[in-house]
Design a protein around this ligand. Sequence first.
Ligand code: SF4
Ligand code: SF4
Length: 461
Amino acid sequence: MQTSFSLAQLADPQTAESEKILRTCVHCGFCTATCPTYLLLGDELDSPRGRIYLIKDMLEGGKAATAEVVKHIDRCLSCLSCMTTCPSGVHYMHLVDHARSHIHETFERPAGDRLLRSLYAAVLPHRGRFRLALMAARLGRPFRPIVAALPGIGARLAASLDLAPAGSAPVARHRPGDTIKPAASPAGRRRRVALLTGCAQQVLRPSINEAAIRLLGRHGVEVVLPQGEGCCGALVHHMGREGDAHRYARANIDAWTREIEGDGLDAILITTSGCGTTIKDYGFMLRQDPAYAAKARRVSELALDITEYLGTLELDAAVRTLAGPLAYHSACSMQHAQKITDLPKRLLKEAGFTVRDVPEGHICCGSAGTYNLLQPELAGQLRARKVANIEKVRPVAVATGNIGCMTQIGLGTAIPIVHTVELLDWSRGGPSPRGWDIPDAMVAAPASVEAPLSPLAAALG
Ligand code: SF4
Ligand code: SF4
C-alpha cells in the first residue's frame, strides 16, 4: 500500500512504525474471510482491510479521530485472526494499538462512554477494587432492568452485571511476596520461575495459579510471586490508554528485574494468554524508553505461557483422566497472537484426555479484554456462535487457557469451562477444577480414555 506521510510525521517513531506496517498491506482482502466483525456485519469498514484504510487516512492526514472511525475501530476485537490469515505479514496489532491511542488522545467520546471507560480503567486492573465491584454487581443484579434502561450506557452496565459470577469471589491461597519451594528438587540445577498473579484472574479464579504452582512444584520448580507485580496493562492498553499501560508494564518489569538480578529466573510464566500477549510485547511497547527498553526486552524474552514451560519439563505420567471428550477452545491471544496452537492439546492428550477441536475455532468468542463490557451486543452474538460450535462436538468439558474466554463462554452454556492447567494438575492427583466436582463416573484410567467406562460418559461423549 502506498503511503504519503510527511518527513515531519515520520520523525515520530510510532508513526514511522505504523507507516512501515501500512506499506506491507497489499489490500488483497484475504483477511476479511476470517474477521469476526466482518462475518457478523458484512461491512468492509468492519473488516481488517477497511480498518487499515481508515487508520491510514486518519494518521496520514494528521487528523483527530472522527465518530465514524471510532465506531469501526471500537468494534474491532483485537482478536488478530487477520494476522494469522494475512499472507503479507501485516502487523495489525501494533497498527490498531496506535489507532486506539490516537483515538484516546484526539477524540472526545460522549459523556457516558467516557464515564464507563474511566470506571473500567480505574477498577479492573486492581484486585481489591475489582473484588468490591463484583460484590456491588451481585447486589445490583436484582435492579438489572432499571440499569439496562439507563440512557446511553444501560446495555453496557447491564452486561457488567451479567458477567459478574454468582457466588462470592474465592480467596487466593498465595499472595505477592510468596515463594513456593518444591517438595523435592530433582538432581541438577534448581529451576526457578515467576508466576504472574496479575489482576482479574486472581480474583475470579485463583485456583488456576494454584494448580500451576502444584504442578510446577511436583516437578521440582520453585515458584515466586514477586512483590509489586500486578496487572500487565492489557485492559487499559486495549482502551488506548497507553500511558497507563506503560505504567503497569514498568511496575512489573521492576518487580521481575529484582528477581532476575537476585536469585534469578528461568522464566516468567503466565496462565492468562491475553496477559501473555501483552507481556511478550513489553519490549516493543517500551522500546523508546531509555531506562526500560533493555529490561523490557529481557522480560519479554523470559515470558512464556504456562503450557510452553510445561512442554519443556518431563511431566509425570497422569494417574487419571476423563471418560469423555474435551473440547479445546484456543483463545485468540493464544493462537493468533502467541501462535501457540498444538502444544496445549498435546499436553492434554499426553495426559490421556480425548481432545476435540471446535469448529470455526479461529473465530473469537467475544471476550477480548473489555470488549464484552463495551460491545455487549456483538460479543453476545459471538458467544452464541462459539457455544453452538462447542456443543457440536458434545464435550464433557471445555479446556482453554484464558480467563476472559472462560467467563464469556461460561455465560452461554452449562458445560464446565476449565483451564488447561487445572486439568493437567487434576490428572496428576490435584483437586477437581473449581466449580466442577468431577463425578467418579466420569473418571477413567489414562489408557482407557478412548473407551468410556460408564453409560453417563458414553451418553455425553
Ligand atoms: S490479508 Fe494482509 S495484505 Fe491482504 S488486505 Fe488483509 S492485511 Fe492487507
Ligand atoms: S483483530 Fe479481529 S476483529 Fe479486528 S480486524 Fe482483525 S480479525 Fe477483525
